[in-house]
Ligand binder design. Structure first.
Ligand code: FPP
Length: 228
C-alpha cells in the first residue's frame, strides 16, 4: 500500500480544563500545561520531513463566552507563549503564522503576533499556524465577501480556496484530543478529504510518542479521495 502523504496536520487541542480538575488545579494551570504541549508537538512536526504545516486551534470565536478572567488569562498566556517560543521557532526552523480575526485582540498582542510572524518568516522546516479568534464559517464568509468586492458574481472552488486565510494546502490529518468527536467550526472547507483521529488523551498529556503512533496508523490508511 502506498505511503499516505502527510503535509498538513491540524489539531483541536481539548481537555486542558479536565486535566487541571483531575489534579485539583485551577483551569489556568491546565492552559499553561497545554501551551507546553504545543511546543513538544511543534518540535516533533519540525523534525518530521513530510509535515510542512501544523495548524493548532488555540482560541475559537466562541471562546469569548468563557469567564472574563479565563479569557484574560488566555490572552496573557498567548503573549507570553509567543515571546518564549521565539527561541524554539528559530532553533527548529519553524515559521509562525496566525489566522483568525486578530483585530479583536489588544494592540500589544497584535504587535507581538506580527513581530513573531516577521522574525520567523524565513524558517522552512515547518509552518506552525495558530488559529486565534478563528471560526471557519466566518473565514468562508469573509472569503466570499472579498471575492464579491472584487466584482465577481460567480466563484470557483479554487477562488474560494485562495481567498481563505489558510490557502496553504488541504488538511491531511485532523486530530482532536480529550475524547470529544466534533469539529467545532474548525477549517470546515480545508478538511473535506481529511482523515480524522480522535484520542481520549487530554491535551496537556498529548505527547510526541502518541502523535507518532497516530501518524503510523494514518500512513496505513488508503485515501481514495472519492476514487477507487
Ligand atoms: C480546550 O481546553 C483548549 C482551549 C481553550 C484551546 C487551547 C489552548 C491552549 C492549548 C492553551 C493556550 C494556547 C496558547 C497558544 C498559549 P478546555 O479548556 O476546553 O478543556 P475542557 O474541555 O477540559 O474544559
Amino acid at each position: 500500500m502506498p505511503k499516505t502523504a502527510l503535509k498538513h496536520l491540524a489539531i483541536i487541542m481539548d481537555g486542558n480544563g479536565r486535566w487541571a480538575k483531575k489534579r485539583g488545579l485551577s483551569r489556568t494551570k491546565g492552559h499553561e500545561a497545554g501551551a507546553e504541549a504545543i511546543r513538544d508537538i511543534t518540535t516533533y512536526c519540525a523534525a518530521h520531513t513530510e509535515i510542512e504545516t501544523a495548524t493548532f486551534y488555540a482560541f475559537s470565536t466562541e471562546n469569548w463566552k468563557r469567564p472574563k478572567l479565563e479569557v484574560e488569562f488566555l490572552m496573557k498566556l498567548l503573549e507570553r507563549y509567543l515571546k518564549n517560543e521565539l527561541a524554539t521557532y528559530q532553533e527548529h526552523g519553524v515559521r509562525f503564522k496566525a489566522i483568525g480575526c486578530l483585530d479583536q485582540f489588544s494592540k500589544a498582542l497584535q504587535k507581538c503576533i506580527a513581530k513573531t510572524e516577521e522574525l520567523t518568516k524565513d524558517n522552512t522546516n515547518l509552518t506552525q499556524i495558530l488559529a486565534l479568534n478563528y471560526g471557519s464559517r466566518s473565514e468562508i464568509t469573509s472569503a466570499v465577501n472579498k471575492l464579491m468586492a472584487e466584482g465577481k458574481t460567480s466563484v470557483s472552488e479554487e477562488e474560494i480556496s485562495q481567498a481563505l486565510q489558510t490557502p496553504y494546502t488541504d488538511i491531511d490529518l485532523l486530530i482532536r484530543t480529550s475524547g470529544e468527536q466534533r469539529l467545532s467550526n474548525f477549517l470546515l472547507w480545508q478538511i473535506s478529504y481529511a482523515e480524522f483521529a480522535f484520542t481520549p488523551t487530554l491535551w496537556p498529556d498529548f505527547s510526541a510518542e502518541e502523535l507518532d503512533t497516530i501518524i503510523h496508523d494514518f500512513t496505513q490508511r488508503s485515501r481514495r479521495f472519492g476514487g477507487l
